[in-house]
Design a protein around this ligand. Structure first.
Ligand SMILES: [Mg+2]
Length: 255
């Protein structure tokens, strides 16, 4: 809180969404931020040089879930492949060619007779996520399907919390976004809870090497990967609700 409050105009605050701003829920479609968080981010964005939510979710989902955040909060979806600009979702040009293969994989997953019913298929334009949170036995099928379709399409399988995602093999990830937003700032912070957030921590390592102060924040619970906790400067126990409380303290300190 002290670090983030010291110099708002010199600070870039980047955060993941699910498991960081929003409690993990059984149905990913029903995930919502902790109450008050959108407006809180909006206020911080008025004072800081950058406030961004960088997520694996589609940009349209983030725009709806964080509608109260206002235009100053940057919304980056699909691990950097999508962003929201003046209310419109933009897709990175290099990702356009992957919409076809990912859509085909999503359709094949839905049609697969061996898919356990409770494994959810979430098509996301150039990528697709398979969730087994409501289907404890579904992990083996999902990982096998992802491996097979990675081989067939050239998409790459990225593991997540009770999920696996097939995404384009592009050198765009949360890290490239965080590095761009944090470059030249006095302080860059990223908060996340999952394996996909390690790329953002690695970007903070690169920024630190060029003289930016950094804060690697793990919003951790029992499911969080141990390597994320090990790499963090700050471990927030208590999940998104606790993290929102700390951001609220930054809000008060910088008001
Ligand atoms: Mg997350």
């Amino acid at each position: 809180v002290r670090a983030l409050s010291a110099d708002p105009p010199g600070t870039a605050l980047c955060t993941d969404f699910d498991g960081t701003l929003a409690p993990i829920v059984a149905d990913p479609a029903r995930s919502r931020p902790v109450p008050g968080v959108p407006a809180l981010l909006g206020r911080l964005a008025d004072r800081m040089s950058a406030v961004a939510v960088v997520s694996g979710r589609p940009g349209a989902f983030l725009a709806a879930a964080l509608a109260g955040a206002g235009p100053r909060v940057q919304l980056v979806g699909l691990y950097g492949l999508e962003w929201v600009e003046d209310g419109t979702v933009r897709l990175a040009p290099e990702a356009v060619g992957w919409v076809g293969p990912a859509t085909a994989a999503a359709a094949a997953a839905r049609a697969d007779a061996e898919r356990p019913d409770a494994v959810e298929v979430e098509p996301k334009g150039p990528s697709v996520t398979l969730h087994w949170r409501r289907s404890p036995g579904g992990e083996a099928w999902a990982l096998g399907f992802a491996r097979a379709w990675a081989g067939r399409t050239g998409l790459v399988a990225q593991p997540g919390r009770m999920s696996v995602e097939l995404r384009p093999p592009l050198e765009i990830d949360k890290g490239t976004v965080v590095e761009r937003l944090g470059r030249g700032r006095r302080l860059a912070c990223f908060a996340g809870d999952d394996a996909g957030d390690l790329a953002a921590f690695a970007a903070l390592d690169r920024l630190a090497a060029s003289g930016t102060a950094v804060q690697r924040v793990a919003v951790a619970d029992a499911e969080s990967p141990p390597e994320l906790v090990r790499a963090a400067d700050v471990v927030v126990r208590g999940g998104p609700v606790r993290f929102a409380t700390l951001l609220g303290q930054v809000d008060v300190a910088t008001a």
